[in-house]
Design a protein around this ligand. Structure first.
Ligand code: ATP
Ligand code: MG
Length: 343
């Protein structure tokens, strides 16, 4: 904790006071000395000189004080804020004093440095976000344009036409999903839509979500085990949909043919725990540490569908609900996600 001192410290006032008192004392001494020895005119001239010297010294002290204690830091602040306003976030001000004499200006300097650092961090996030979005849009767009060109060929067979149309539809769905997820995340981050709690029978709710993945699970011949308590829980339905849909879609996506997925929902005294476990490809600890980052995908070859926003959305929703998420995973063996929500 820094020792705070006012810019206009008691010491500064004391120096000013002592100087003025010394000058007035000198003036009084000169007056009493001259009053016995000199005439009125000499006294008047001497007093005038004393007044001029007194006023001059006071002005000089004030000028020096203003220059070093007020004008210089204000000018530095002005220059720094002008550079920040012009978009230069590299500006950093060096504190004028150390621990002992830390004052309000040092505090303003530190705040400006923090503000510039925060703005520069946001700038990096913004450019990263734009480049990620552009990258994610580019792939489906080129699929759309390639297949649209191919479809113009009149000699295509029915099967070829159907295949290209399917690819075109899949790419446009990927674009729609991407835009939907970005909008959802944006709304959640800006808290545009407040949490709307309703009382839910979590067992039935989760059962329906699992049913939505039935075709995919059967298609990959995955063995599904469910152990779901019928918990009554008050929460925002859309938030719970985001959590369970994303965890299940990942489990199905990253589990190969013939694998296993288990879903459990358990009610504790103060919380509800959702567990989604799979025997899929698993992750390395390095991948596991980044899975909640926006646009992060462990497999950079993008062999799997998706844009890396699912778990970022899940994490955001859980944070808003005041819950927590934990993952345990081993490469080649599988992953388990636990979501704990307070009742
Ligand atoms: N169950 C899982 N098994 C193995 N890896 C997983 C699992 N769940 C998530 N991951 C890793 O975390 C990454 C991020 O997951 P996330 O859900 O955010 O994105 P995605 O599934 O790739 O795309 P999206 O969810 O946007 O469709 C995945 O790309 C994958 O590498
Ligand atoms: Mg996902």
């Amino acid at each position: 904790m820094k020792k705070k001192r006012s810019t206009f410290s008691a010491m500064g006032y004391l120096i000013f006071f002592v100087t003025v008192a010394a000058i007035i004392t000198c003036a009084v001494l000169i007056y009493s000395f001259l009053s016995e020895r000199a005439g009125k005119l000499t006294i008047a001239v001497a007093m005038l000189i004393v007044v001029v010297v007194l006023a001059g010294v006071c002005t000089l002290i004030d000028v020096i004080r203003r220059k070093y204690m007020v004008e210089r830091p204000v000018r530095e602040i002005l220059r720094a804020t002008e550079r920040i306003a012009a978009g230069d976030f590299k500006v950093r001000l060096t504190a004028r004093h150390g621990y002992e004499r830390y004052d309000e200006y040092d505090e303003i300097y530190e705040n400006i440095n923090r503000m510039a650092a925060e703005l520069s961090r946001n700038e990096v996030l913004k450019t990263d976000f734009i480049s990620n979005v552009s990258h994610e849009i580019k792939t489906p767009l080129s699929v759309i344009s390639n297949h649209a060109t191919l479809l113009q060929d009149e000699t295509l067979t029915e099967e070829e036409r159907a295949e290209y149309t399917k690819a075109l539809l899949a790419a446009s769905k990927r674009l729609t999903d991407l835009v939907t997820d970005i909008l959802k995340l944006n709304k959640l981050e800006n808290q545009v839509i407040p949490e709307q709690k309703t009382t839910l029978h979590l067992g039935d709710f989760l059962g329906e979500i699992v049913l939505g993945f039935e075709d995919l699970i059967e298609g990959k011949n995955i063995e599904l085990t469910c152990d779901i308590d019928d918990v009554t829980f008050s929460a925002d339905k859309t938030y719970l949909e985001i959590i369970s849909n994303n965890l299940l879609s990942n489990a199905v996506k990253f589990t190969p043919e013939g694998g296993k997925i288990s879903v459990s929902l358990k009610e504790g005294e103060k919380d509800v725990v959702l567990k989604v476990s799979d025997t899929g490809c698993g992750m390395t600890p390095e991948v596991g540490a980044r899975i909640f980052d926006k646009f992060y995908q462990g497999d950079t070859s993008h062999r799997q569908q998706g844009n890396g926003l699912g778990l970022a959305l899940v994490k955001k929703v859980i944070d808003l609900m005041g819950g927590s998420i934990r993952v345990e995973s081993e490469l080649g063996k599988g992953s388990t996600f636990w979501v704990t929500l307070k009742k």
